[in-house]
Design a protein around this ligand. Structure first.
Ligand code: ADP
Ligand code: MG
Length: 247
């Protein structure tokens, strides 16, 4: 895509937490399925960015993650690639509960409509040609069309916090089958007042237990309140910081 990621190579990376797996040096040596690798190469990615080098093996090893890296450093693929790889590796049947209540296996929450659409498009790109179903839900538009899509069942649901709860409160989405929860741009969600909605999701009666799911948080900055939330939402997590991420 014409972006020169070499500028990130000299930025210090800090990893803390118990037994971090080794960072990968290339996509080819990341143990990704050929299928996923082909879709990566098709999208023109030649080598992983620093956050991807660390996040991909951490997530593939089943660990929770707090990832901090500046905007534009490739955080989206850092979580989508290992998630899609895991879903395809260990395929589980799509469950749709009574009255078309979808039970997504992956819930990705992001603060804005634009971000959810971007993540949705990247997820479709990396899972292109697979059986994975992906849905997106954001506010400012009728619930109906998005709802029809979700009710057909989806492995991955990308949503803004408010619209997610519109569906959850109507029993159109539940969290019983969740394998991954991703909070993208956690610092912006905090600034925009979305944390009560995020907490409502994490504490929802249908939400899979913290030790039975993987939870991943991403942020461009790491102020104290985000550190506090990471401590609450994540289980025995690894912390990866690329570059300066002060409070
Ligand atoms: P962030 O979420 O950290 O702000 P994005 O995930 O939106 O960053 O990525 C920024 C841009 O870089 C996107 O256009 C994305 O497609 C591209 N990109 C991500 N990873 C790579 C890579 N390994 N090689 C080339 N381009 C990449
Ligand atoms: Mg991002």
């Amino acid at each position: 895509s014409g972006i020169n990621f070499d500028k990130f190579d000299c930025i210090a990376v800090k990893v803390t937490g118990e037994n971090p797996p080794r960072a990968i040096e290339s996509f080819e040596t990341a143990n990704l399925r050929n299928y996923v690798l082909n879709n990566i190469l098709k999208s023109g990615y030649k080598k992983p960015t620093p956050i991807q080098k660390h996040a991909i093996p951490i997530i593939m090893n089943g660990r929770d993650l707090m990832g901090c890296a500046q905007t534009g450093s490739g955080k989206t693929a850092a979580f989508l690639l290992p998630i899609i790889n895991t879903l395809l590796q260990d395929l589980r049947e799509l469950v749709v509960g009574p009255n078309g209540c979808a039970q997504p296996q992956v819930v990705i929450v992001a603060p804005t409509r634009e971000l959810t659409i971007q993540i949705f498009n990247e997820a479709r790109k990396f899972s292109y040609g697979s059986i994975l179903k992906i849905a997106v839900a954001y506010g400012g538009t009728a619930v109906r069309h998005q709802g029809d899509n979700i009710s057909r069942g989806c492995h991955i649901l990308v949503a803004t916090p408010g619209r997610l709860h519109d569906f959850v409160d109507r029993n159109r989405v539940s969290f019983d089958s969740v394998r991954f929860v991703v909070l993208d741009e956690a610092d912006r969600m905090l600034d925009m007042g979305f944390m009560p909605s995020v907490e409502k999701m994490m504490d929802h009666p249908t939400m899979v237990n913290i030790t039975e799911r993987q939870t991943l948080m991403f942020s461009a900055t790491f102020p104290e309140d985000i550190q506090h939330l990471a401590g609450r939402f994540l289980n025995n997590y690894l912390f990866v910081a690329v570059g300066v991420v002060g409070g």
